[in-house]
Structures are given as C-alpha cells and as structure tokens.
Design a protein around this ligand. Structure first.
Ligand code: FUB
Length: 322
C-alpha cells in the first residue's frame, strides 16, 4: 500500500482530518524533543502548540499547506502541560471549535475548547476546561444535527483513574477475564462549550455479544475516531500496548459496537493514532509512525494512505510496516 509522509520537516502525530470548503484540514499533535526518557505515563511527550495543515487535491501528491500555530499552551489560562490529541468541529453557527486535552496545574487531563471563525484559526481558548471532562483523545462527530464527543485513554491518558465519571482514590486497570475499560461518549450542548449530558461507556462487544476482555490484544486503549460508511457507524481506536488500530461497527453513534477487525498492523514506534475520512470519492487513513526519527517514540511523523472496504463493508487491513 502506497503511503506518504505529509510534513517531512517537523514531527506531527495524532491526526484529526475534516473536509471543509472542498479542502482537507488536518489537526495533529506537535511533537517536540523533551529530553525525558520514555515511560508509561507519557512524560516524554512535550507538545506545547498546535498547527493546522490543509490539502486541496490528491492527498498522495497535492501540496500540504502549513497554516502555522493556531493555539499555544501559554495562551490557555488553566494550563499545566502537554497538549495531546485534538479534534475540530464546525458548529451550526459556522464557527470552528477545537477540542483538546491538556493537563491542568495539578497534572490532571481536562478537555478544553477554543473557538475560531475559520478552520485555520487563530483559535481563542475558553477561560476554563469543560465541566465534568477528564482523560484524553477527543473525537467530535456530527450526526443528525447532534455533536457526539468520544474520549478516553489508558495509562498516561488517566482513564483508569475514573469510574462512572468520578475520580477514584487510586487507579484501577481491569485484568485478565474482567471486561476491558470502555472509552466514553457524550453529546455537546447547543453552544458547543459543555457536555449536555454525563458521558457513558462506548460498549465494544465480541461477535457473541459479550464485552471484550481486558486481556484481549484488540481491546480499546486510546485514540477514538468515528466515521459513517453505508449507514453504519464505524468506531475505531488504538490498542496501545499491542500497537494496532482496530474497529467495531454499530447502528447508532452511541453504540454498542461489535468488533470487526484490524485496520493497521503495528508501525515503527509505540503509539499509532489515526483518523479516517472520505475525500474526493476515496477513503483515507491518516496516522503516524516513527521511521523518520529513527524510532524515537516521542518524535512521530504524519502519514496518509488510501483505505479500502471489501464487499461486506469490512476494512481491508493495512500493513503498518509498508
Ligand atoms: O500524542 C500523545 C498521545 O499519544 C495521544 O493523545 C495518544 O493517542 C497517543 O498517540
């Protein structure tokens, strides 16, 4: 499968892509050297700003335009550190809403929102994080006039510190035959600035209807993405420490979703993180790997390749080493 590195002169990861006004807009995380050795808490990630990129034409060949810095940590009033994976949505008012996870001054991930008149910003952050928000990796998906927000991530993403939307005294990660931790979904308020209801589990089931187990290498870890294909809802995610991108399919954006397969086999690097978008009659997978940095897991590079479905609507697995 042919792939293309999109930003060869810098390190970008965790892409979220959308089509607005005939162009693809890509919102990635921006990796910087941190000097901190890799650990399971993700302290080696040192993201302090976001850029947005646009492409008009074939994503494999068309020029990639860097619109520069659209939001900087220092401009976010409640900031601590680490701007992880973000996503952007166009509201019914025509404004653009950038949702991002950032650690507050107590090193707790919260979700912020910043607003712009145009997809390329500049984005002005709201003064406070969204009430009741926690963990990482927001994906915003519009369907039937509602905006759904998926989020959550294990280990450094802090999801194991919560149950039923409340902080635990100490983190608990399910093990073995226990059901895996689920990502979360909620709906945005009409003004796009708060959750309209309490987040609930995104249920990922095995083909026999049982919940996926914590020991299953295909279980959810982080990097939620949602897209719709032939009237079905495709929820996709990263399996983290087993290094795959997988997906599950359902009949409603709220789930439940039944596990369907592997989108991408492991890449060079620890994380991979993706989005799937239709543009000019083809489907595209954007993701990252660490080939250009020589395998440094905190310096990741943005890639794109075409994604295909078979006649049953199953995604054809892509080789992460290609
Ligand atoms: O980029 C930091 C974190 O690494 C993201 O939020 C995760 O999905 C993983 O890619």
């Amino acid at each position: 499968m042919k792939k293309r590195y999109l930003v060869p002169n810098d390190y970008m990861a965790d892409p979220s892509a959308h089509v607005w006004d005939g162009k693809l807009y890509i919102y990635p995380s921006h990796d910087w050297e941190s000097g901190i050795p890799e650990n399971d808490n993700g302290d080696h990630f040192n993201m302090k700003d976001y850029h947005v990129f646009s492409i008009e034409g074939d994503p494999m060949t068309a020029p990639v335009v860097d619109h520069g810095v659209i939001l900087d940590t220092k401009d976010i009033p409640w900031h601590g550190r680490q701007l992880w994976d973000c996503d952007c949505a166009k509201g019914k008012d025509g404004k653009f809403y950038l949702y991002f996870p950032l650690k507050d001054q107590n090193d707790i991930f919260r979700m912020g929102v910043a607003i712009a008149d145009r997809p390329e910003g500049p984005f002005i952050p709201e003064p406070d994080p969204i009430r009741g928000s926690y963990s990482i990796d927001q994906c915003v998906f519009e369907d039937g006039g509602k905006f759904y927000v998926y989020f959550g991530g294990l280990w450094g993403g802090q999801l194991q510190r919560y149950r039923d939307n409340k902080a635990l005294e100490s983190a608990i990660l399910p093990e073995g035959d226990e059901p895996a931790l689920c990502p979360k979904v909620t709906i945005l308020s009409d003004d796009m600035k708060q959750f309209a209801q309490a987040p609930v589990d995104v249920k990922i089931l095995n083909a026999d209807g049982t919940p996926m187990k914590a020991s299953d290498p295909h279980r959810f870890f982080e990097a939620s993405w949602m897209h719709k294909y032939n009237g079905k809802y495709y929820y996709s995610y990263s399996t983290g420490d087993s290094h795959m991108l997988c997906y599950a399919v359902g009949d409603s954006p709220m789930g439940p979703f039944t596990y369907r397969g592997v989108i991408l086999t492991p890449v060079v690097g620890w994380t991979t993180h993706h989005c799937i978008v239709e543009y000019e009659g083809k489907w595209w997978l954007f993701h990252h790997d660490c080939v250009p940095s020589g395998g440094k897991t905190w310096l990741r590079s943005l890639k794109v390749c075409e994604l295909k479905y078979d006649e049953n609507g199953d995604i054809v697995t892509i080789d992460g080493m290609d």
